[in-house]
Design a protein around this ligand. Sequence first.
Ligand code: ADP
Ligand code: MG
Length: 241
Amino acid sequence: MMDKIQYSPDEAAPASESVIEAAGVSKTYVGGDGKPLHILHNVDLSVGRGQLVAVMGQSGSGKSTLLHLLGGLDSPTTGVVRIGGVALSDRSDAQIAAIRNRNIGFVFQFHHLLQEFSALENVILPMRIAGKRRDEAEKRARQLLERLGLGERLTHRPGELSGGEQQRAAVARALAVSPRVVLADEPSGNLDQENGEILHDLLAEVVRESGVSMVVVTHNSGLADRADLVYQLVKGNLQKP
Ligand code: ADP
Ligand code: MG
């Protein structure tokens, strides 16, 4: 078998530590007509180390908005998001980007892999950007892709992979830089039932064996069955499990 994959930068950190936290978070957009659109209302969410948290909700309930706020891709109207205990409020965009790059891996509904690169190169790239040596980055990329069942697909470009394989490559890419937390936005939303199940099993296994934390927003109850905590987002109100 392959070496144990080192996933997370702080495997020794106490499980009680909150890796990502939203406190009193609200989000209001101003619509095209100038009227405010209240999307999230006073959301409190705390994710511990090694937890798999599912946030379920209908289309338009604010799931993607919440995930973007948790990942520092957007800022809340009120309240605070903390990543690894560090509040994102009052930080510059560059500081938030640095916190994000060190701590967060994203998986989106559509894989966003670079089409002209192989699966292997797509997973190597974020590690190279983070300053990892080429040989080390390649070794880790191979391990992650093998773990996600893509050992025979390393040199395939995204267009030569099935939808399920593309999403698994996107998960490998998200894990590449050893994030504390992976934020996944309807990762199986574009897959058939069987490939969705395979992806959900792999996501849950990666969380169990690695200590990485994961927040998955989904309207698929199959993933919720595998989660430690399941929240419901109803019209911007996060209902506690
Ligand atoms: P979900 O991911 O649960 O389907 P979203 O978080 O994408 O929901 O969107 C929630 C609501 O916020 C929707 O009604 C959407 O139209 C609105 N919304 C999302 N982004 C913006 C934006 N940038 N400006 C204005 N309204 C937005
Ligand atoms: Mg969405």
